[in-house]
Design a protein around this ligand. Structure first.
Ligand SMILES: Cc1cc2nc3c(=O)[nH]c(=O)nc-3n(C[C@H](O)[C@H](O)[C@H](O)COP(=O)(O)OP(=O)(O)OC[C@H]3O[C@@H](n4cnc5c(N)ncnc54)[C@H](O)[C@@H]3O)c2cc1C
Length: 462
């Protein structure tokens, strides 16, 4: 993120809680260096980890990061008979303020894996579509019930519940190793190919030797950084987001709504249990000025834009600490593959929350990579065709990801901006989406992606 400057300009402001500090990616080569021997890549200062045991283990695939991308890929591979180790730096899934709106394309992957019902069983909120609202006027209504079922809706599903069920399903497989509280600290190369990942944890270090290392460690990916892969920020979303939740006993909205108001936008949707999740999109670096008005000024501003929720805002936001300023940006890794290594999900391409695409893409990345990785495991050690198979994955997936970047750029311009052009385009777009087959096509694309992804359940072992 671009943290809004604090009073002294050296970091995030003192007002809201601030999530996810800025990480600067090192620029460097994407191919492992070194000659025939082994080469350990450690970030500076990391060589002096805590003393302790050093364990070694072997897996077909080592996945770094137990987010939606990493755990979904792990489960797909396990179902197909591979040996998988997943290293996750945190010890639990209590992650607040993560996107929780799932698109039909992602729901389909989770359903194919048999985890959707269990995850939804913890409580979830179904939505019939997206609406763009200006004052009391609904400018745009993207209705998912126009799509073919069964997944013709959006689902607000707490990531903790989703990840808990994915992990539970992985744990049913004897070929699964879960390294909880393990932070990736170095990658090892052998003959110019990544062959092992070393993690640091409370008891020392663990090295996982694997045919393929998968970086599924999110937008600040350490895998990406250690592999020297560039991460290029994109000018898709030049806003900051302030996030908060409001408990409600009133009727819950059935749509994910974007409320526009004088250059700001509020994303509002119902979450389980009986909560409204609100993302306030503010001009980049404007938070300190807003916060300078104090909590009462901020509350008045929010309530003015969301009159239907005025009471909840005034009753429940007690201080600026109830608001969380979020690190939001769009970016793309310079490459998604290197010999013996592949990046998926946010580690490969990071998206703004607009249109709720990040989890969807992460799940679909996993489903797309699954057969390619099985092909890699089917080659002999050192076979150069393995690299081509990883490239093939990247080539297959790039058009879908690029299409989402283009769509989010257009969305930011038409939904968030206030300009004569945006004001002209918006109603035209609204008519197209609501009343023509192009609208159904567009809705399908938002819901399933440019190319719908099918899970290769035929590759599962009984
Ligand atoms: C405010 C906000 C709202 C959003 N809303 C939505 C939404 O409604 N719908 C949607 O689809 N998307 C949304 N997104 C995007 C979505 O959250 C991400 O795209 C999605 O979580 C990406 O999944 P992932 O598995 O690739 O990465 P992550 O979910 O980031 O998971 C990465 C995992 O790697 C672990 N990790 C990191 N570093 C290391 C390391 N060194 N060693 C070991 N483990 C490590 C992390 O702890 C984490 O568990 C939103 C994003 C933001 C910021």
């Amino acid at each position: 993120m671009r943290p809004p400057p604090s009073g002294d300009g050296s970091g995030p402001g003192p007002y809201a809680r601030f999530h996810d500090r800025e990480h600067h990616d090192a620029l460097g080569p994407c191919l492992p260096g070194g000659g025939a021997g082994q080469d350990e890549r450690r970030p500076e200062g990391d060589a002096h980890g805590p003393a302790g045991q050093h364990a070694e283990l072997h897996a077909d695939v080592c996945v770094i990061g137990a987010g939606p991308a990493g755990l979904t890929l792990a489960l797909l591979l396990l179902r197909s008979g591979a040996t998988v180790a997943v290293a996750e730096r945190s010890r639990g899934f209590t992650r607040e303020f993560r996107g929780e709106i799932l698109q039909p394309g992602g729901l389909r992957v989770l359903d194919d894996l048999g985890v959707l019902a269990a995850a939804s069983g913890h409580g979830a909120q179904s939505h019939t579509g997206f609406q763009l609202v200006d004052g009391r006027r609904i400018l745009l209504d993207i209705d998912y019930s126009r799509l073919t079922g069964p997944h013709n809706h959006l689902l607000a599903l707490n990531q903790r519940h989703l990840l808990t069920e994915l992990l539970h399903a992985c744990r049913q497989h004897p070929r699964f190793t879960y390294l909880s509280g393990h932070r990736l600290t170095s990658l090892t190369t052998t003959r110019e190919r990544y062959t092992a990942a070393t993690t640091r944890h409370a008891a020392g270090h663990t090295t996982v030797h694997a045919r393929v290392i998968v970086g599924a460690d999110g937008r600040y990916s350490q895998t990406r950084r250690l592999a020297g892969i560039r991460h290029e920020r994109m000018d898709v979303f030049d806003h900051d987001v302030v996030w908060f939740k409001l408990r409600t006993s009133g009727p819950l909205p059935r749509h994910v709504r974007v409320h526009r108001n004088a250059g700001q936008a509020f994303l509002v949707h119902a979450s389980h249990p009986r909560t409204l999740s609100v993302g306030w999109t503010i001009p980049h670096r404007s938070w300190n000025t807003l916060a300078g008005q104090g909590i009462e000024g901020v509350k008045d501003r929010i309530a003015g834009a969301l009159p239907a929720h005025r009471r909840l805002v005034h009753d429940q936001l007690d201080g600026l600490g109830d608001l969380t300023l979020l690190d939001v940006f769009a970016a793309r890794a310079g490459t998604w593959t290197a010999p013996g290594l592949v990046l998926i999900g946010d580690a490969a391409h990071t998206h703004s929350p607009l249109g709720a695409q990040g989890i969807n893409l992460a799940l679909q990345d996993a489903a797309t990579l699954h057969p390619h990785l099985l092909d890699v495991l089917g080659t002999a050690q050192g076979d150069p065709r393995a690299d081509e198979l990883l490239h093939r994955y990247a080539r297959q997936r790039a058009p879908a990801v690029n299409s989402v970047f283009r769509f989010q750029t257009a969305q930011a311009k038409t939904m968030l901006r206030t300009s004569p052009l945006a004001d002209t385009v918006r109603p035209v777009l609204a008519r197209l989406v609501q009343h023509t087959p192009l609208g159904t096509h567009l809705t399908h694309r938002i819901a399933h992606g440019r190319t719908p992804v099918a899970t290769r359940t035929d590759l599962f072992r009984p």
